[in-house]
Structure formats: C-alpha cells, structure tokens
Ligand binder design. Structure first.
Ligand code: FES
Ligand code: FES
Length: 901
C-alpha cells in the first residue's frame, strides 16, 4: 500500500499496473477530475502536482506518490472560493461546465505574462460550449451577472443555479457516481465497413480474469429500432439492433464484454476472435444509388432497388418558367463535411436494479423520456418498469438525442442482476457515434436585373451512413427553412437520404438546415455578384416578410408563423457594424487579400413533428417553490431560463424556486431537449404552470383574507391583499388545514412555431500563398425575441458561432478508402481552441414574440448556420474564387487559389 496526499487528505491506496493518475483519483471518488479524451488533448483532467498543472490522464498514478496533489475540490479554502473560482463564477465562464474544473486548474497557475497571451496559455484546455469568450472574461476579471431581485427575473443576466457546484467540482455528471458492485461494459467494434459476422470465439475473452460475460448478436432481443430519439418513432427507420450479425460501418459494435474492471473489459474485447465475411462497400451517396451498388439493408427499408431510404420533393409555382424569366442564372454544387459534436463529456450510462424492483438508468441524454419508451420496446417490458434520468450532462449539441449506450447497459444489468456502467472513449465518439450528415447540394437560382428572384431549384444528396436515424428529419430540415427564407414564386427541390457504409449521421446543432443554408447563402451571393448588387441589399430585397407564406417547396399547410420579425434589424445591425469597423487591419503584405461576407439563416422554432413538455409547480411550507420540468440541462442554460420564467410570473426571486429536471420518475413528460425547444416548449409549460400557480395562490389568498381577487397580488414571498401582507408560509399553513395543496401541472405543445433569424458578418484576410485565414471582424445579430437571460443567450450564440467557425475552418474527419477514420483523436481531428476562435460581437434585434413564452424565441441552434456561408462569401469577395466545399483549411485553399492563379 502506498500513500497519496490529495487535497490535503492522506489516502492509503495502490494504483493498478499502468493506471494513470486521472482514473486513480476517480477511484478515490475525487470526481472533479474529468475525462474528455484520456490522451492529453482536452485538459478536462488537469490537476496540480506540487503546484504545477498536469493533464492527469498522461501521468502514471505512481508518480503522484509522496507529492502534493490538488484537484478542483481542493482549491477553495475555509469555505471561500479561490479567486479564480470566483472569477469563473462572476463571468459565468461555462455552459455545461464539464471543462471548467480543468480550465480553472490551468488558469490558476498562469502568470501575469501568460494571461496576456491566453490563446497560447490555454492551448491545452478545450471548451466546446462557450466559444471561450466568457472564459476570457473570467481571466480579465469581468462580471457578467446581475443580482437576483424579486420581480425582476425576466431579462436579467442571472447566474446558473449550479454555479458554485460547477466551479468547485462538486457538480455530479453522469459518471460521477460510486456504486457498490459496479460492472464495466466495453464493446468490440467492427474493423470492417461491411461484413457479415460468421462466428465469434468467446473462450479467450471469458478466460480473462475479471470478465463476467460476453454478449453477441445471438444473445440479444431481435428487435429492430432506430437510435434516434423523437416523439414519433415512426419518423426514423427501424434499422438497428442491439448487436447485429452484419457490420455496416467501421466502428459498429460487434460484441459487448462485461467485467469487474474497465481494464478487464477492454482486455476481454481484445481477446475476442471474430471471423468476418467481407462484403462490398459503398461510401459515396451518389454511387450508392446507382444500379448494382451494394445494398446495405433489406429492401423494405429502401425505395426501389438502391440505398435511398427517403426522398422528399416538391414544387411551388413553375420553376422552368421562372428560369426563363431570369436575366441571370447561377448554378453550382456545394458540399459540407461530416463533423462530430465533441461534447466534452462522452456518451455513457449506468444501470442498476433498485429496491423497488425496477430498472434505473442514469444517462447522459437529451431525451430521457423518449429513451425510456424505446428501451421498454427493445427489452419488451412496460415503460413503468424503467426509470431514466440525467444528473448533469456535459454537452450534447444533438449528439445525445440518440440511444447509443443505455440499451446495452440495461440489457447487461437485466442479465446479470448487477449494476453496469459504460463510458465511451473519445475514439469511440469519433468512430461509433453519429455525426453531422454530409450533404452535397446543387443549387440553381435565377433573378431579374433588379435582383428579384424568379426561380430556385435545390437538389440534395444526404449521406446518412449505415443507419437512417435522423436521416429523413434532417433532410426535411435541409429542404425547409433555408429555402423558405426567401420569397420566390417558383421553387423546386428534391432530396435523397442515402445509406452508405459510413459512420451514421445524426442530429447536430442546425439539424440539416446548416448544410443547405451554406449552399443557398453562397448562391444568393453569387447572384448578387453577377448583378452587381450589394449582398445586404440582395437579401433585403428577397427575404420573407410578414404576411408572406412561409413556404419551401411544398404547397401543404405549415404551422410556422411570424410571432415577431427582426431579420431587417439584424441585417441593418451587421451592415452597420461592419461599416463602422473594429480597427483591426489585415496583415502587411501584398499576398494578403481582404474581403467581407454576410449570410442569413432562418429557423422555424422547433421541429415540425410533435413535441410536448410538462411542468409542475408546488408551493412549499417555507414559502418557496418547487418546479419540475422534463427538459434536460446540458449547458443550454434551460434550468436557469425556466426558473426565470417562473420567477417572473410569481414576482419572486429565482433563488426561491428549486428545480428538478429530466427524470422520468420525478418530472412530467418532455419529448426531449432538442430542436431548440427548451424555451418555446419546455419554457411554455413552465410559463403556464407558473401562471396557474399564481392564480391558485391569489384565489386562495383572496378567500382567506376576504379581499376581492383584483385587490390581491403576489409580491416576492407574500401576497398583498388590500392593505394586508400575508406571507406565503402562512398561506401554505392555512392551505394545509383545508387540504389545499398549492400544486399545479400544465402541458405545452409546439404549434404554431414562430420564426427566428440570424445574420453573420465576417471581414477576413486570406493569404494567397499559404491559404491562411485570419478573421478580422466577426459580427452576429440574432432575432430571438425577448432574451430571457441576455448573458446566457449571448453565450449560446458565442458557442454556436464558434462551432460554425470550427466547421468552416478547422474540423475535418478524414476517412480512408475502406471507411476507417484516420484521425480519431482530438489532436488530429481538431475542434477550435482558444486561439482558433475569433471574438464575435453579438447583437439582438429588439423584438418581442407573440407566440413564444414571455416574448422569447429559440436561439440555441441557429447561430451556427450563417457562419460557414459568410466565410465563403468573404473569401469570394477577397479572392474572386468561390470556395464551395467545406472545410476551408489552408491546404485546400492553397490548392484552389493556386489553380485559379
Ligand atoms: S482527459 Fe486528460 S487531457 Fe483530456
Ligand atoms: S462549458 Fe466548456 S465544454 Fe461545456
């Protein structure tokens, strides 16, 4: 036994052979040490050893012996936050908070000189949520929060209610749980893009010490399902099984090994011997639809005899006639890449059987209720036997709108009767999780000399990969708002979602609309250039206006409607700010070219399919409130927004409302927190419940005080009835005497859907020889209705825009000819670091929505959509060359610029 000093406490413990300090500390229940990669790339595991910061995943645990180890939990002293924790608190320098412990541990050690060069000093710490702006604010000592005052919650920049827990490392994420008798699950993934599993020899795996069980396709329920989670499961094709006898992409799970330790489970996977029959492959969706292409699935899942599982098409007006009326035409094919969500907390679940004889699943999910339905179906048990819940979720971005870990842990725990945990590695995220759908979009567009659009024709090929979850819905989104954003009498489109042997596509912030927004917004710019019309004017002339039909290519009725309209203001803001400039000039040298670009995006707030949320409120004996809502908090700030909505309705302080969320036992139903529904559906349910709570209290108080209802009003912790002030505590006690419970429940549905807009402006410099891009000025304006919490809204947009720059400039999943991802590590498949992320000035249009709760609209998703086309438009403006294929990495820019020269 050896001794370790952690946060001033002495531990007698012995690391296992080869164990790193990160897992060793977590085995001591020091859960503030997080895992984002286990490869030294993300910094989530940063700790101090004798005062120096280290990525603990890279340090052998035995090297910590006899050293002073400090984690985030050891930073605060005498109950006082460390000044850096306070700085992160005041700046609200986090969203999901998963990176925060590591970020603070690094920041604490920075010298004043290092603080003047944060892009360099923070290069070892990644944040996927914030766009680093609020982290920069923390390091500069800025305070972004306002006081929590009764009756003033709406529109206030209030802190996340879990701030203290996040900055001190006490916040518990999915895997931060110690359970007695826990087993660990790991999967063997297919090395082949298409292969039939002939046989699996489990004997060597079962002989590995600690291995408890091995499961393969023969052992699991033979029920097809889709891993995508929606209210209506029929929108996704049922094409997946828990474990299958055919692998259709490299990374598909082939067998599961359950063992006493994670290391034993991994060793068990390595010891499995699988005999594969290799099948022909196809990776390109255009080739996959050709006659004779290898088929991935049974014929009843696809149309005709090819791999198309979903085709959407339609026409309004007469596109052929519209093109004849055009004075100019533009036609081009644009393509976007598949990228990974890289939520810093990887997928994972823990399942166990409770004393209530039910199965409990703690999971990192955006949709625990939909997950419960699907799990019940797969396992053939009633949903009431399942309890699915989240603790704190470390980012999602659509990647956790999937059932990808809960199914196997539930299966294994039901088989073995012991708790089972499965935590994914970063490599598994890259090769086994879903990605943004790669889409290729041909746009043909025509206009008259004055810029009026006469016809728009769009054709989309969406590569949905080996499985079709979200394939139809993302295609529908791709064919919807980017086309509907423009008034044009003649529109036509056809889109195909096609199976290939690539990693499956899934939901991802922007959800299909990002891809075609890129194509359409580039095409609009090309037309403007042909007509010599200013790009802002071109958009003003053609963008939809109040009173217009909001229609894409279908004549069917649509529930989208203008609850408010602010695109005109957004365009004005971005144009004004770019004209004003920010004083940043392009680098010296003739090879640097400078250009400016703009793009817009429209969002129908919420999915066109069914979406619903419930909220419950109770008045508690101490006069405070309890709020329960099914929405998942994953860094989107939804619990803060929900509390603010409730506090606004009740005239109270946000701190006087406690909240639970995303728990199938303890909160009302919620379809899931995706498609920007957290405020417009979940928030609407909270709004209705809080209104009902207010009515209930005032009605009771009126009777109790003998004062007319219109003379009664809520005021913080009391009700004012005429000239009496009755505390809520007293009212609750009086209610108890007559069995009046002060308990309400309300439900909200998503229809009609209001419309939000975003505009991105970019001024950049590009080096004609090296292909290097420097963003000189980045401006974003959003029409999101009334911001419930302006700081949070700005943060969401900071993060979305940063992700847009990542998609445009940095991120690139590279696959070889056999479907293997060649760079499944964060150091090789990079996401933006502090240094890669330009500062963006964020503005809001001054609108108050008539449909959304308290005037608010959706805003979590759409900020990403106009970024890549704005960059492409700026590049075209700078160089005269159209970059139509993402990403704009220096090597690709260099090749194209050299060719153009
Ligand atoms: S987990 Fe250690 S650097 Fe990512
Ligand atoms: S707050 Fe940084 S990864 Fe979520």
């Amino acid at each position: 036994m050896t001794h370790f000093q952690v946060n001033g406490r002495r531990y007698a413990a012995k690391p296992t052979a080869g164990q790193c300090l990160r897992t060793f500390l977590r085995d001591l229940d020091v859960f503030g040490v997080k895992k984002g990669c286990d490869a030294g790339d993300c910094g989530a595991c940063t700790v101090h050893i004798d005062g120096q910061p280290f990525h603990s995943c890279l340090v052998p645990a035995f090297r910590g012996e006899g050293r002073e180890i400090t984690t985030i939990e050891g930073l605060a002293t005498n109950g006082e936050l460390h000044p850096m924790q306070k700085a992160f608190h005041d700046a609200q320098a986090f969203q999901c908070g998963y990176c925060t412990a590591g970020m603070i541990m690094t920041a604490v050690t920075l010298t004043d000189a290092q603080k003047t060069d944060l892009p360099h000093a923070l290069k070892g710490n990644l944040c996927r949520c914030t766009g680093y702006r609020s982290i920069n604010d923390a390091l500069l000592g800025r305070c972004n929060i306002e006081p929590d005052e009764a009756g003033k919650a709406l529109g206030a920049s209030l802190p996340n209610p879990f701030t203290d827990a996040i900055v001190t490392g006490k916040a518990r994420y999915t895997m931060d749980l110690a359970i007695e008798g826990l087993l660990h699950l790991k999967v063997l993934r297919s090395p082949h893009a298409h292969a039939r599993i002939v046989s699996i020899d489990r004997s060597a795996a079962l002989a590995v010490p600690g291995v408890v069980a091995v499961y393969a396709w023969e052992d699991v329920p033979k029920r097809l399902f889709s891993s995508a989670l929606h209210e209506d499961h029929l929108v996704d094709p049922d094409d997946i099984m828990l474990l299958d006898n055919v692998a259709r992409f490299v990374g598909q799970r082939v067998a599961a090994v359950v063992a006493e330790t994670e290391a034993a489970a991994e060793a068990g996977c390595r010891a499995l011997h699988v005999e594969y029959e290799i099948l022909p492959t196809v990776f390109d969706p255009v080739l996959a639809v050709q006659p004779g292409a290898p088929l991935l699935h049974d014929k009843d899942l696809v149309t005709a005899s090819n791999n198309i599982f979903c085709t959407l098409q339609g026409e309004i007006g007469d596109v052929a006639k519209g093109f004849k009326e055009a004075d100019v035409l533009h036609e081009q094919t644009y393509s976007t890449t598949r990228v990974q969500h890289v939520h810093l907390e990887t997928h994972g679940s823990i399942a166990w059987k409770g004393e209530d004889d039910r199965w409990h699943i703690r999971t990192s999910s955006q949709a625990p209720f939909a997950a419960r339905q699907k799990l019940a179906y797969i396992m053939g048990i009633p949903p009431r036997d399942l309890h699915v819940f989240t603790e704190r979720v470390g980012g999602g971005f659509g990647g956790k709108q999937e059932l990808v870990s809960e199914d196997l842990v539930l299966f294994a725990t039901m088989k073995l009767g012991r708790p089972v945990k499965w935590e994914w590695s970063r490599e598994e995220e890259f090769i086994g999780a879903t990605t943004r759908h790669q889409m290729t979009t041909r746009v043909k567009i025509g206009a008259r000399k004055d810029g009026t659009l006469t016809a728009l024709d769009v054709e989309v090929f969406s590569n949905t990969g080996a499985y079709g979850g979200h394939g139809g819905e993302t295609l529908a989104a791709a064919m919807a708002s980017p086309i509907a954003a423009y008034r044009c009498a003649n529109k036509k489109g056809i889109g195909h979602a096609v199976y290939t042997n690539m990693t499956p596509g899934g939901g991802f912030r922007g959800y299909g609309a990002s891809q075609t927004t890129f194509a359409v917004e580039c095409a609009i710019d090309e037309l403007a250039r042909l007509l010599d019309i200013d790009p802002f004017e071109m958009r003003r002339k053609n963008v939809v206006r109040p009173g217009d039909n909001i229609e894409s290519i279908w004549k069917e009725p649509n529930d989208a409607s203008f609850g408010s309209y602010g695109i005109d203001e957004c365009l004005d803001i971005v144009e004004r700010e770019l004209q004003k400039g920010n004083g940043v000039t392009k680098p010296e040298g003739a090879e640097w070219a400078e250009g400016q670009g703009v793009a817009l995006a429209m969002l129908e707030c919420g999915p066109p399919t069914e979406h619903r949320s419930g909220a419950e409120m109770r008045l508690l004996p101490d006069g405070t409130y309890h709020l329960a809502c099914g929405s998942t908090e994953m860094g989107n700030g939804i619990i803060t927004a929900h509390k603010q909505i409730a506090a606004s309705m009740l005239g109270t302080r946000v701190d006087d409302i406690d909240i639970i969320n995303a728990d199938t036992d303890r909160t009302p139903y919620d379809t899931g927190t995706f498609a920007s529904t957290g405020v417009v559906v979940g928030g609407k349910a909270v709004h209705l419940a809080a209104q009902a709570m207010s009515d209930d209290i005032i009605n009771f108080a009126s009777r109790y005080a003998g004062v007319a209802i219109d003379q009664c009003r809520l005021d913080n912790d009391s009700v004012i009835c005429g000239n009496q002030r009755i505390s809520l505590r007293e009212l609750h006690a009086e209610g108890a005497k007559v069995d009046h419970r002060f308990s309400v429940s309300r439900r909200a549905y998503l229809s009609p859907r209001t419309i939000a807009f975003n505009v991105q402006g970019v001024r950049l410099a590009v080096h004609r020889v090296t292909g290097e891009i420097r963003v000189l000025h980045s401006v974003h304006a959003a029409d999101i209705g009334r911001p419930i919490n302006p700081m949070q809204c700005r943060g969401q947009l900071d993060g979305a825009v940063a992700m847009g720059y990542g998609w445009a400039l940095v991120e690139n999943m590279v696959h070889d000819d056999e479907g293997h991802m060649v760079n499944p590590q964060l150091r090789n498949c990079r996401i933006p670091t502090f240094a890669d992320t330009p500062h963006t000035d964020i503005f809001f249009a001054d609108t108050i929505d008539l449909i959304g709760p308290l005037g608010a609209k959706s805003q979590g998703e759409c900020g990403i959509n106009p970024v890549a086309p704005a960059v492409s438009n700026a590049l075209a403006n700078a160089t005269g060359v159209r970059f139509a294929h993402l990403p704009f990495t220096p090597d690709r820019l260099f090749a194209k610029l050299a060719a153009a020269k």
